[in-house]
Unconditional design. Sequence first.
Length: 67
Amino acid sequence: MPKRIERTEVLKLLAEGVQLVEVLPHEEYELEHIDGAISIPLRKLEQRAPAELDSSTPVITYCSGSL
């Protein structure tokens, strides 16, 4: 179930190995993104996630303005 989390919690979860996905268009990802983030635009998330993400590991999705 999606929920909003604060930056400190994101950093803690990253240290624990969560998958971080930026959902903005790839062009915006190329301009700036959090190190280690995967670029999967929101429009393609449902299609690409099964092949590109590990379903046994939690996922954090974000757009650049949300962190």
